[in-house]
Design a protein around this ligand. Structure first.
Ligand SMILES: NC(=O)c1ccc[n+]([C@@H]2O[C@H](COP(=O)([O-])OP(=O)(O)OC[C@H]3O[C@@H](n4cnc5c(N)ncnc54)[C@H](O)[C@@H]3O)[C@@H](O)[C@H]2O)c1
Length: 460
């Protein structure tokens, strides 16, 4: 099929590359000429495992192209996917300015005498299908026909390509069943369950799914705070809970909470929509508040551990909002670093993928950017692990310890084994772990089967 993708960010680029790989003819449109030039030359402007190969293969095969020009992409397309950003607006609702601009531009380039299916893939508030339909109507030339389908995306950054190629469900909402079925056909090779609903229900499925996952994270983080205060081990609590199939083991990894371009803004947008509709979104408010508190509590704990941050230097391991991405949007590290600086501290930062973005975002003379985790830890008063990249798991921690001014490690993701760190001479603190009065916590964690403990860590 001939497909136009509007917006070539994490979702649009992944979607376009995967659809091209299935043999479709895909053109990506973006208003950012620098991004388009990079993509056209075969270089992804974002880091996603497997994306560079997919891009190269499909550019070479001539199935994938990029342009800034709607006229080169929309008139011939059978399907047009809107994948532009919907960031948080000033009052918490989704900022729909990019969607409006994209819908108007698409409408103006529809072809008279043809029928085009416009697919809302961005996460858009309930009612956006009608809004996009109205904007298309306003701009479309006489004789152009179109249908609007909502097709929310569930991919996770860090595994965007794999998630697109192995979706667990395809949700399609439309008032035009034939149009929804035509979109379903494109996903047919993936053999995933397809749910066809009305427009508003499909839009709500996306918000409700993200809000539920965020709730699970805030839930376990609240439990972690109680564990820490009462001497229980949240890792074992989560493992014990997760064995109940009604609960399941995923998204029960206690830590410093969720970030990124989706959970925070989507929960906030759902809260906003609920308030606008005179509902009382008490649970959603609590989910966001617990998440904010987790970051503040982390810095307070750090402050206590090193006897005040004023004049002290802390290594921050991990800046991206989660591993395997360079995305810094709503990353916990940014807030944590700002808090450390506000308390008079200094920072030595390192991330395996997000250094360029971090340099642009964190311009302060009190933040040093380091080449690796060892360099970051050199001479510091404490290490704070913020993002659980795999490479941090494999570090030589004795070498890290020897380079530090004081061997203090605050683990915001429970990546390390407290027993091992204590044996190495670290003062170690995780999240929701019991701590004895002398600061050594040594719970036995051996009764839990490895398969179960591994499954818990599947975070957004
Ligand atoms: N990132 C994720 O993990 C993820 C997952 C599921 C759903 N979503 C949703 O998908 C949408 C896109 O997210 P993203 O992370 O890919 O955003 P992004 O910011 O990475 O990409 C958006 C792209 O759209 C382009 N753009 C903006 N206005 C445009 C216009 N008028 N015409 C053409 N291009 C335009 C921007 O230049 C940018 O390249 C959002 O609604 C988001 O909530 C994101």
């Amino acid at each position: 099929m001939k497909i136009a993708i509007i917006g070539t960010g994490y979702v649009g680029l992944g979607t376009g590359a995967v659809f091209a790989d299935l043999g479709n003819e895909v053109i990506g449109v973006d208003i950012d000429a620098a991004k388009v030039a990079l993509l056209q030359s075969g270089t992804p402007h974002i880091f996603e495992p497997g994306l560079a190969e997919l891009l190269a293969r499909n550019l070479k095969a001539g199935r994938l192209r990029f342009t800034t020009d709607y006229a080169a992409a929309v008139p011939d397309a059978e399907l047009v996917f809107i994948c532009v950003g919907t960031p948080a607006g000033p009052h918490g609702g989704a900022d729909m300015r990019h969607v409006r601009a994209a819908a108007r531009a698409v409408g103006g380039h529809l072809t008279p005498g043809r029928r085009t299916i416009v697919v809302n893939k961005s996460t858009m508030p309930i009612g956006s299908g009608d809004l996009v339909g109205a904007l298309l109507s306003e701009e479309a030339p006489a004789g152009a026909r179109f249908a609007v389908v909502s097709n929310p995306e569930f991919l996770r950054e860090g595994s965007a390509v794999r998630d697109m190629q192995h979706p667990d469900r395809i949700v399609l909402g439309s008032t035009d069943r034939g149009a929804a079925e035509a979109v379903a056909a494109i996903y047919q090779p993936f053999d995933a369950p397809v749910l066809i609903t009305d427009l508003r229900t499909a839009e709500m499925i996306k918000y409700a799914s993200n809000a539920f996952l965020a709730t699970k994270i805030s839930f376990i983080n609240e439990v972690a705070a109680v564990c820490e205060a009462t001497g229980a081990d949240v890792r074992q609590v989560a493992a014990g809970m997760g064995l109940d199939p009604r609960i399941g083991p995923q998204f029960l990894a206690a830590g410093i909470g969720f970030g990124g371009s989706c959970f925070p803004k989507d929960v906030q947008a759902l809260e906003f929509m609920a308030e606008e509709a005179n509902c009382h979104p008490q649970l959603l408010r609590a989910v966001l508040e617990i998440n904010r508190d987790g970051r503040r509590a982390f810095v307070r704990k750090l402050d206590r551990l090193i006897g005040g941050l004023e004049g002290k230097t802390v290594a921050i391991w991990g800046l991206a909002f989660k591993p395997n991405t360079d995305d810094l949007r709503e990353a916990a590290a940014l807030e944590i670093i700002a808090d450390i600086l506000a308390r008079g501290g200094w920072v030595r930062a390192y991330d395996p993928a997000a250094m360029d973005g971090a340099r642009a975002t964190l311009a302060s003379p009190r933040v040093a950017f380091c080449a690796d985790a060892y360099e970051a830890a050199n001479g510091v008063d404490a290490v704070a692990l913020v993002t659980e990249w795999n490479e941090f798991k494999g570090l030589d921690l004795a070498r890290v310890r020897d380079g530090m001014r004081a061997p203090i490690l605050l683990d915001g993701r429970n990546l390390y084994d407290p027993r091992e760190l204590a044996q190495l001479g670290f003062t170690y603190r995780g999240v929701g772990l019991p701590t004895s009065a002398d600061g050594i916590d040594l719970p036995e964690f051996s009764q839990i089967a490895p398969a179960v403990t591994l499954a818990i860590g599947d975070d957004k």
